[in-house]
Every structure is written in structure tokens, then in C-alpha cells.
Design a protein around this ligand. Structure first.
Ligand code: ADP
Ligand code: MG
Length: 448
């Protein structure tokens, strides 16, 4: 279009602004361009069909009047949709929607909280060494060896820690956009949002940019067929590009259920590693490392105590560290066993399995060669009494049963005879090292 045309449209626009006021001008005229002037007609371009119609029906007379004044007698104004303006408007809209999208479902930010998840501070034991080794390999050679890497295990066993640690390590290698971490829930929310708002292209482009896509808690996709399809196509498209995919779930792909067979097959096509519950030595190591990180001063036996008694997840071990840290701020000296036991009472009662009386009986009958009937009977021969007393002692010290409960269970004995039986065994444990070892071995049978 000619410069003169542009200039005259500029003049007409300033006349329009005076006539219609700022608000309406911004709404209807700001985004217009002059296209051409020819034979008594001025053609202008607008971004959409709707605007063209609106201008023609509401402002045609005014525009014709103002154009005629500038260009000479009887100039009509024609309004058309301009392709370039149209595309610019679309871009603007989709940018606005993307911004809205970010607001509605912000990406998981690897913030302060997540930075503490590193491969260095992940304690490795028999329960997690396979998954850990696979994570190291993924960081070393993304997309090359274990692809996809699928990690599964119960709550609080370190899935998110490993996944975020992989993302952190890849980012640490200097490729900022190299790894994208998202929970399956975040993926689902953003997918549904994009679907509703017609921004699927932007949504897809966002994930397909990643060199490594890390998606947590994929069991969340169960029973969500549309999201599963979308994830499958993201998965396939990344796979074709040789990108690394890492996933975590609370169960093995085959056991997630309500998951399309094609997805299950994909999930199984690389490396599947399970996180088991940590054993005693690993629990002790995790506790000690986390306590040391917090500069906790603890009596030596405390680590043993925690490792023996808190056997659920690693999150529970962290709970114990947090609780002890709170006590430590109040105490001047290192936390001793008694204080630790008191502090952790809630966690231990809630978290570890209580010993039941039939279990006590089972252990003692196996040890003594007697039967449950013998233990509950009125017989007072020496071997029977001894075994019965031992059972009462174990029930008291491991299960915390009351003397009444114990007396009732073992043949309706009264309170004081249970007390004296328990004390007798306790005394023997103190005096007789061999017996103490046997009792310790029996206690170990309970796996507490
Ligand atoms: P999940 O995602 O499997 O439910 P998380 O990764 O959130 O479990 O782990 C729970 C907590 O336990 C986190 O604070 C994490 O740092 C910690 N944790 C888990 N495994 C380990 C480990 N092997 N070494 C150190 N900390 C761990
Ligand atoms: Mg998790």
C-alpha cells in the first residue's frame, strides 16, 4: 500500500478518535490498516470478520463522512479482513491463553524444596540400588540405555527424590531446558485446560521440546483415557526423537489397572526398577545422614533405636529426624535414649506393627517345644512355668500389654503373679548373659 494512503488513513483515524472517544476507538479502530484508495472508495483491513461486520453496520456512515472530507467528494469505505492482521491477532490470543494456562496450572518449579533432592544425598542400599544405578546411567547418557526408565514403589520410598534428582543433575550439566519434570496430575490438568481453550498446539509443543521428560506418579493416569491417549502421543513423539523418558508410579505398570495396554507395553519397553522398603542397615544410614545434616547431637543408641522401630517409609524416618530436631532445640545436652523414646512414641505406635499375643505364643512354643495349651494351662512344672513366664515377659516388653490382659490370656492368672513372672525373667536377663542372648534372639524373631 502506498505511503499516501497510509497517511490519509492516519488522518481519518484521528478524526474518528475525536468523534467516537478513546474507548470505542481502541476497541474498533486501533487495529486497522489502510489497504488502498481507488475510484471513490477507501478499503481498510481489520483482523476479523466480526469486526468488519461491526464497522460496516455501526460506523459506515461516519467513516464515509470523514473519508469524503479528507479525500474529496463521496468516498465510500470498504472493510475487509486482512490476513496479516488476522494472524497477528491469533498469535496475540494464543500468547494470552498460554499465559493464562501458566497461571491456571503453573509448571512444577524446581524450587528450593526440590533442590534438596540430589543424587549425592540419596542413600543407596539393597532396597534401591538398581533404581539408583539406572538413574545415574540416565544422567550420564540420556536416551541411550535405559529408555524409558520406569521406577515404582510404595509411598515415601524415594521415587520423587530420584526423579527430581535426575532433572537437577541434567540441568546441572548446563542444558537449562534439557529436562522437564511434571507430575501426571499436572500433565492432566494442563492437557484438559488446553483442550478447553483450544491451545493444544502450545501444550504439545511445550512437552515435545524436552530432551528428557520426567513424569511422576503416572498411576494418576488410570481411568483417564483421553489423557492417556495424549500422553501416549507425547511419549511416541519423544521416543522417535530419541529423547529420554523417566516415569514413577506407586505400582508396576501391569498392576496400575485401567491403563491402556499400549501404554503398559511402552512402559515396560525399557528398564523397570522397583524401590523396596529399606532394611535395617539402610534405615540406620538414612537416619544418621539426615540427623548429621541437621547437626543433631544424639546418644549412640538412638540411631539403632530408630532404625529398629521405624520401619515404614523413608518419609517416616525423616519424620523422626524432624521430631528429634524439635526436641534438640529445647535440650542442652545430646538427646539420650529415654528422651528419644518419649519424643518418638507417637511415630512408633502409629508406624510399627504392634505385637499380638498369639505371635508371642508362637515364638515361645517354637523355642520351648511346648504347646499353646501348655502355656495357658494350670500346669506348674518347671519347664512349663519358665516358658509361660518368658511369654509374659515378651508380651509385656514388646507388646506393652497390661498385666491383666496378659494374665487373662495365659490361663486366667492374677495381676500379681504376672508382675512377679515378668520381674523374674527381667532379673534373669540381667544376671545370665547366655539367657539374655537367647531372649534377644527371640525378640529378633518378631522383626521389630
Ligand atoms: P515417594 O515419591 O516415593 O513417595 P519421596 O521421594 O517423596 O517418596 O521421598 C520421601 C522423603 O524421603 C523425601 O524427603 C526424600 O528426600 C526422602 N528419601 C527417600 N529415599 C531416600 C534415600 N534413599 N536417601 C535419602 N533420602 C531419601
Ligand atoms: Mg512422590
Amino acid at each position: 500500500m502506498e505511503a499516501a494512503t497510509v497517511a490519509v488513513w492516519g488522518d481519518i483515524l484521528s478524526d474518528v478518535r475525536k468523534e467516537v472517544g478513546e474507548t470505542r476507538f481502541n476497541l474498533w479502530f486501533k487495529n486497522t490498516i489502510a489497504i488502498r484508495v481507488s475510484e471513490g472508495a477507501l478499503t481498510i483491513g481489520v483482523p476479523s470478520g466480526f469486526m468488519a461486520e461491526w464497522l460496516e453496520s455501526h460506523y459506515q456512515t461516519l467513516l464515509a463522512k470523514l473519508a469524503s472530507a479528507r479525500l474529496g467528494a463521496r468516498t465510500a469505505v470498504k472493510v475487509v479482513v486482512d490476513g496479516e492482521l488476522f494472524r497477528a491477532k491469533r498469535r496475540e490470543e494464543s500468547r494470552a491463553k498460554e499465559e493464562l494456562l501458566e497461571e491456571a496450572a503453573p509448571r512444577e518449579k524446581l524450587g528450593v524444596e526440590a533442590r534438596r533432592f540430589t543424587l549425592d544425598n540419596f542413600v543407596v542400599g539393597p532396597c534401591n540400588s538398581v533404581a539408583y544405578a539406572a538413574a545415574l546411567k540416565v544422567v550420564e547418557a540420556p536416551g541411550e540405555v535405559y529408555n524409558p526408565l520406569f521406577i515404582h514403589g510404595g509411598v515415601g520410598l524415594g521415587k520423587t527424590h530420584l526423579l527430581v534428582a535426575i532433572a537437577n543433575a541434567l540441568r546441572g550439566k548446563g542444558r537449562a531446558s534439557a529436562a522437564e519434570y511434571v507430575s501426571a496430575e499436572g500433565f492432566t490438568n494442563r492437557f484438559l485446560f488446553a483442550l478447553r481453550n483450544g491451545t493444544l498446539d502450545a501444550f504439545r509443543a511445550g512437552y515435545r521440546r524436552a530432551k528428557t521428560l520426567i513424569i511422576d506418579d503416572v498411576h494418576f493416569l488410570a481411568s483417564k483415557p483421553a489423557t492417556q491417549d495424549e500422553f501416549l502421543s507425547t511419549f511416541n513423539s519423544l521416543s522417535r526423537e530419541g529423547c529420554q523418558i523417566v516415569m514413577a508410579s506407586d505400582s508396576h505398570p501391569k498392576l496400575i489397572g485401567k491403563l491402556k495396554e499400549t501404554l503398559v507395553t511402552r512402559f515396560l519397553s525399557g528398564m523397570v526398577a522397583k524401590l523396596e522398603k529399606p532394611g535395617y542397615a539402610t534405615r540406620r544410614e538414612i537416619f544418621s545422614r539426615k540427623a548429621a545434616d541437621r547437626n543433631l547431637r544424639l546418644a549412640d543408641e538412638v540411631a539403632d533405636f530408630v532404625a529398629k522401630r521405624i520401619k515404614g517409609s523413608i518419609r517416616e524416618i525423616e519424620g523422626a529426624v524432624n521430631t528429634l530436631a524439635a526436641y534438640a532445640t529445647l535440650a542442652k545436652s545430646p538427646i539420650d535414649m529415654a528422651t528419644a523414646a518419649e519424643a518418638l512414641k507417637g511415630l512408633i505406635e502409629g508406624g510399627s506393627r504392634p505385637v499380638r499375643l498369639p505371635e508371642v505364643e508362637a515364638v515361645v512354643t517354637a523355642y520351648s517345644g511346648l504347646s499353646e495349651g501348655d502355656l495357658r494351662s494350670a500346669r506348674r512344672t518347671r519347664p512349663v512355668s519358665q516358658a509361660r513366664h518368658l511369654a509374659m515377659y515378651l508380651a509385656r516388653s514388646l507388646g506393652g500389654f497390661s498385666y491383666e490382659e496378659i494374665g487373662n490370656h495365659f490361663g486366667g492368672r492374677n495381676h500379681s503373679s504376672v508382675v512377679s513372672a515378668v520381674e523374674k525373667v527381667a532379673g534373669q536377663v540381667n544376671e545370665d548373659a547366655q539367657f539374655a542372648r537367647e531372649v534377644a534372639a527371640l525378640k529378633a524373631e518378631f522383626g521389630l
